[in-house]
Design a protein around this ligand. Structure first.
Ligand code: ZN
Ligand code: ZN
Length: 143
């Protein structure tokens, strides 16, 4: 069981099982979303994620890819928590994009280096590709 939460502590989350994919994303939206230069994400099944405290605020947007996405933040401190991709029928995809940095235990992050890096054209010039991570200029093919 992995546990985490936002900066102010009002929102707490946990997930069970193992991430399907771990991905660094260098896209423009991820910079704006976090104020960082990229995001580090664990793709997990929706059914494996539980919000154990607080109620994240939803922000909907159409991504550059054309996908309709919903991102969730702590409504008090603004920490980005996770995102969902919406299917054309308006229901969420079966997986959640969890912002891995919200996890409490750095051991989990050490144990799960990125499998892929996506939107690599947006990587700043002085950040090196992660060792052994597949490199993709857009979204990778589905796992
Ligand atoms: Zn918070
Ligand atoms: Zn991104």
């Amino acid at each position: 069981m992995a546990v985490g939460g936002c900066f102010c502590g009002k929102v707490r989350i946990q997930y069970s099982g193992q991430p399907l994919v771990s991905a660094l994303c260098h896209c423009f939206d991820c910079r704006k979303l976090t104020g960082g230069l990229y995001t580090y994400n664990f793709i997990i099944k929706n059914v494996d994620l539980k919000i154990t405290a607080g109620s994240p605020k939803e922000v909907a947007k159409t991504a550059d890819s054309g996908n309709h996405i919903k991102n969730y933040f702590c409504s008090d401190c603004g920490t980005p928590l996770y995102g969902l991709t919406m299917k054309s029928d308006g229901t969420p995809d079966e997986t959640t994009v969890l912002r891995a940095g919200i996890l409490d235990d750095i051991g989990i992050l050490n144990a799960l280096p990125p499998k892929v890096e996506i939107y690599t054209g947006g990587r700043v010039s002085w950040v090196s590709p992660a060792e052994e991570a597949g490199q993709f200029t857009g979204m990778p093919p589905p796992p």
